[in-house]
Design a protein around this ligand. Structure first.
Ligand SMILES: Cc1cc2nc3c(=O)[nH]c(=O)nc-3n(C[C@H](O)[C@H](O)[C@H](O)COP(=O)(O)OP(=O)(O)OC[C@H]3O[C@@H](n4cnc5c(N)ncnc54)[C@H](O)[C@@H]3O)c2cc1C
Length: 393
C-alpha cells in the first residue's frame, strides 16, 4: 500500500491507492468509478494543510500534473489555469501576459486548487483571500460529468465551491481574477512590540500589505510593510524584508522549519485585543513557546465558508515545533480566539466540531446543501469532513 504524508509529517497514512492524474478525462473517469464502487476519494494538492483534509484510506488523487496556464483573457484580466499548478509556477507566465495575482500567501508552494480550497490568504486591508479570486471552476463529479461553474453557469455551485475543501469532486481547472502586473517594494524592521501596537491602525491603513511576527521570548516584532512601486526591480533580489521586484517575486517567503499551526480570523476591530490576550498567555502560562505569533489583515468577502465572510478581518496564527505536543497551548489559544468570535483557518489546526462551526459560518447549511446535491453518496468526504458534517445521510 502506498504512503501519503502532509508537509509537516503529522498526517501519514497508508492508502489503498495513490493515483497520479495526467488529464481531465482521467479525472472524470476516476471520479465516476469511485462513486460507482462506493469508494472514498480525496484529491491532494501540495499537502501543506495541517488539518487532515487529504488523508483517505481508499483513494488519494494527486492532481499536481494538471498544471500550467490554459488561456488568458486580457480584456477581463482573467486566466484559466490547471488546478494542480503550483502557485510559484503561475508568476512568470502571468507576468509575461502582463498580469498578476492580487495577493499571495506567505509561501507559494501550494497547488492553486489546494490554496483556494481552504481560503488561503496573504495580508492587506483591502485584499481578499485566493478563494475570492476564483471566477470559474471545472469539476469532475461523482455523476461522471465535467461541470463548469461560474457566476453565470451553475452559479450556486460556484458560490459554494470557491472554497471547496476538496468536497465537491476533483477540481481540474480554475479561472482566476487577476490584475495588471505590478511591482512591490518591501520594508522590514525589528521593533519592540510596544512601539508597534500603538501604530497598528495607521500602519494597516497606510500600506498595501502590513504584518508582523511577534517573538515572545525577546518581546520583539519583525514588522513588514509592502507597497506598490514604479521603480524598476533590483536583481538579484535582496533577502526577505527588503526586496524590490514583481509581485510574485516579493510576496512569497521561504519557510523551511517544520511546524504545526493554528490560525483564527477575528473581526478586525478585535485584532489588537486578541493579540494582547495571546501575548499575556505566552508571557505567563506558555513561557516555553519560542515560536512567533503572526498578525495579518484580510478584506471582507462573499465566499460562503470564508473566514472573512462579510467581515473585515485580522488573522492571528500561533505555531509550535512538530516534535512538541502543542495541544495544551493551542487549546488555550483557541479559547482566546473563540472569545473574540474567531473562525478557524480551514487548512490549519482547530478543535471545533461541526455544530460549533455551523454557528460561526452563516452559510454553513447552504454549503452542505450544495455539496450534498452534487455528491449524494459522499464519495468526496473523508472521515475528518464526515466528522464535521452536520447533515447526515
Ligand atoms: C509553510 C506553510 C505556509 C503557509 N502559509 C499560508 C499563508 O500564508 N496563508 C494561508 O492562508 N495559509 C497558509 N498555509 C496553509 C496552506 O496555504 C493551506 O493549507 C492550503 O490549502 C495548502 O494547499 P495545498 O496545495 O498544499 O493543498 P493540500 O493541503 O494538499 O489540500 C488542501 C485541500 O485542497 C483540496 N484539493 C487540492 N487540490 C484539489 C483538486 N485539484 N481538486 C479537489 N480538491 C483539491 C484537498 O482535498 C484539501 O481539501 C501555509 C501552510 C504551510 C505548511
Amino acid at each position: 500500500m502506498p504512503d501519503w504524508s502532509n508537509w509537516s509529517g503529522r498526517h501519514r497514512l497508508r492508502t489503498q491507492r495513490l493515483h497520479f492524474l495526467r488529464s481531465e478525462a482521467d479525472a472524470v473517469a476516476l471520479a465516476a468509478n469511485a462513486a460507482r464502487e462506493g469508494l472514498r476519494l480525496r484529491t491532494a494538492g501540495a499537502g501543506h494543510s495541517h488539518a487532515p483534509l487529504v488523508p483517505c484510506e481508499d483513494l488519494i488523487v494527486d492532481a499536481q500534473a494538471l498544471a500550467g496556464v490554459i488561456s488568458v483573457d486580457n480584456q477581463n484580466k482573467r486566466a484559466w489555469v490547471g488546478a494542480g499548478t503550483c502557485i510559484h509556477s503561475l508568476g512568470a507566465p502571468l507576468n509575461a501576459a502582463g498580469l498578476g495575482l492580487h495577493n499571495q500567501g506567505d509561501i507559494d508552494q501550494q497547488a492553486i486548487a489546494g490554496a483556494t480550497a481552504t481560503g488561503t490568504h496573504g495580508t492587506g486591508v483591502a485584499l481578499r483571500n485566493l478563494s475570492s479570486a476564483v471566477t470559474g471552476m471545472r469539476i469532475a463529479t461523482a455523476s461522471g460529468e465535467l461541470i463548469t461553474a461560474t457566476a453565470d453557469q451553475n452559479s450556486e455551485l460556484w458560490r459554494a465551491a470557491r472554497l471547496h475543501l476538496g468536497a465537491f469532486g476533483i477540481v481540474t481547472a480554475l479561472e482566476l481574477q487577476l490584475r495588471a502586473a505590478y511591482r512591490l517594494k518591501e520594508y522590514s524592521a525589528r521593533v519592540s512590540i510596544d512601539e508597534v501596537l500603538p501604530q497598528v491602525d495607521t500602519s494597516i491603513a497606510h500600506h498595501r500589505h502590513f504584518e508582523f511576527f511577534w517573538y515572545p521570548q525577546n518581546d520583539v516584532a519583525f514588522v513588514k510593510t509592502i507597497d506598490e512601486t514604479a521603480e524598476p526591480a533590483v536583481y538579484p533580489l535582496a533577502d526577505e524584508g527588503s526586496r524590490l521586484g514583481w509581485s510574485h517575486e516579493v510576496l512569497p517567503n521561504h519557510r523551511p522549519h517544520k511546524h504545526t499551526e493554528m490560525e483564527y480570523s477575528v473581526p478586525a476591530e478585535h485584532g489588537v485585543a486578541c493579540f494582547n490576550a495571546l501575548r499575556e498567555l505566552l508571557t505567563t502560562r506558555h513561557k516555553d513557546v519560542a515560536w512567533p505569533v503572526e498578525f495579518r489583515t484580510l478584506a471582507a468577502d462573499d465566499v460562503w465558508l470564508s473566514t472573512a465572510y462579510e467581515r473585515p478581518t485580522v488573522t492571528l496564527s500561533v505555531h509550535q515545533t512538530t516534535d512538541a505536543d502543542e495541544t495544551g497551548y493551542y487549546r488555550d489559544c483557541e479559547a482566546i480566539f473563540r472569545h473574540y468570535e474567531g473562525r478557524p483557518h480551514w487548512g490549519k489546526m482547530h478543535y471545533l466540531d461541526g455544530a460549533t462551526l455551523r454557528t460561526i459560518h452563516p452559510r454553513w447549511d447552504d454549503w452542505w446543501r450544495v455539496r450534498n446535491a452534487i455528491d449524494p453518496n459522499r464519495t468526496f468526504l473523508n472521515s475528518y469532513l464526515e466528522g464535521l458534517s452536520t447533515s447526515r445521510r
